[in-house]
Design a binder for this molecule. Structure first.
Ligand code: ZN
Ligand code: ZN
Length: 415
């Protein structure tokens, strides 16, 4: 009898294998589980994907609760929507998620009955008749939660008052405890599922930039450039743009945040494009600066120094390195050529479900980079009234260094 032939894994199988590998690496699944799953995967059962998805969310919820407990609470109320999505999978616009030992309950309203059940795998769904947060607070009181951590960074004074009003006078005292950055710190390190989604968004961003190279010409308004890019993004499957597209041309390139205006792309001068797309909830962010027509030598020189600074910072990315050290790698290049005073912002930021996440890559930042973080590296030089430019990549922190996720051309480009 000939030996059984194992069919080549399909794309979906390969994705499942990657997810299972992640669970093994994080200790949730034992090694033998990996082999068992591989067998199941080869049978190509959809159910495996659902289970893996559920395990991803379960792992995130377990970590969030463990961190919250270490801060002295026995329950966690999550109201910041990107955090709710990260922990439960739910993408609706109104939600509160409660985590207590062994339980995860998602509160939302009647518009999301079907969607919440489909998306929030592994969480119990409660459709609230009044405010989702108030219902969540009442539920916690009934469930005898003694100290509930709430997100100090995203809860307003009015929000906290409403939470207090929702519970009885007795429960009100001491129930709500502010906790900081519990979920946002977890979100800084991306798992393999998230990295896959970020890669896809970054790669769409690169395709869009390449398309713009053949489109850009003098006389187009910045808004027309932004509109064309955004139309192509939507046609490419983007759910939206990560932020308002920046198109800064000519003298306006000296504005670090030059939103597109009716100004026209000049015959000679820089055009900076800073934009990102949202795919499957995850954001991309990249900047390229091109030159229209023939450049002055000083423009070419400054471009080369910014590129050198950007590449030095990308090369400095590695696990164990501090965010401040990566910032200094870029800043020191510009300091050497006396351009550092024109570099008026930080070197980069984390990016994922939101455009500005931790870690922050700025001068003297002590936070240590970890494998799985996705950050931007974006030094720039801005000379008011003259010109400016910035070059930005997204970089994944790997086991040994950094991998650029936005490999579009950075070499001097004259159109
Ligand atoms: Zn950007
Ligand atoms: Zn950025």
């Amino acid at each position: 009898m000939p030996a059984a032939v194992t069919p080549a894994p399909t794309r979906k199988c390969r994705r499942v294998i990657r997810c299972v590998g992640e669970l093994v690496r994080t200790g949730i699944l034992h090694d033998t589980g990996f082999e068992n799953c591989r067998t199941v995967v080869n049978l190509n059962l959809d159910i495996t994907l659902v289970r893996i998805k559920e395990m991803n969310f379960r792992l995130r919820k377990m970590r969030a609760l463990a961190t919250a407990k270490a801060a002295g609470v026995d329950g966690l109320l999550v109201t910041h929507l990107p955090d709710v999505r990260y922990l439960s999978g739910f993408t609706g616009s109104n939600a509160a998620l409660v985590l207590t030992s062994g339980r995860a309950v998602l509160f939302t309203d009647g518009r999301y009955t079907g969607q919440a059940k489909a998306e929030a795998v592994g969480s119990r769904v409660v459709i609230a008749k009044e405010s989702a947060v108030a219902t969540a607070c009442k539920w916690m009181e009934n469930a005898k939660v003694r100290r509930c951590g709430f997100d100090a960074a995203h809860t307003t004074v009015a929000g906290l008052n409403a939470m207090r009003k929702a519970v009885s006078g007795k429960a009100r005292r001491g129930l709500f405890v502010p906790v900081e950055s519990v979920v946002s710190r977890l979100r800084e390190v991306k798992d393999s599922d998230e990295i896959g989604k970020i890669r896809a968004a970054a790669s769409l961003g690169c395709q869009l930039f390449e398309g713009m190279l053949s489109y850009l010409e003098p006389g187009l308004t910045e808004t027309a450039v932004a509109a064309t890019l955004e139309y192509a993004a939507r046609m490419g499957g983007a759910e939206g743009m990560s932020f308002e597209t920046i198109v800064a041309s000519g003298e306006r390139s000296a504005l670090p945040h030059g939103r597109a205006t009716r100004a026209k792309v000049p015959k000679r001068g820089f055009v900076t494009l800073d934009f990102g797309v949202i795919l499957d909830g995850y954001l991309s962010d990249m900047t390229r600066t091109v030159h229209m027509g023939k450049a002055m030598p000083v423009e070419r020189d400054v471009y080369d120094f910014v590129l050198e600074a950007q590449e030095a910072a990308v090369a400095a990315v590695a696990p164990g390195v501090t965010a401040g050290e990566v910032d200094e790698a870029a800043r020191s290049v510009l300091r050497r050529v006396k351009l550092d005073t024109y570099f008026s912002h930080s070197t980069g930021h984390g990016v994922g479900l939101e455009i500005h996440e931790g870690p922050r890559l700025a001068a003297k930042q002590k936070q240590v980079l970890e494998q799985g973080m996705v950050i931007t590296i974006e030094p720039g030089v801005y000379m008011p009234g003259r010109f400016g430019l910035r070059i930005e990549d997204m970089v994944l922190v790997t086991a040994t260094g950094g991998e650029v996720l936005t490999p579009s051309i950075k070499a001097w480009t004259e159109l």
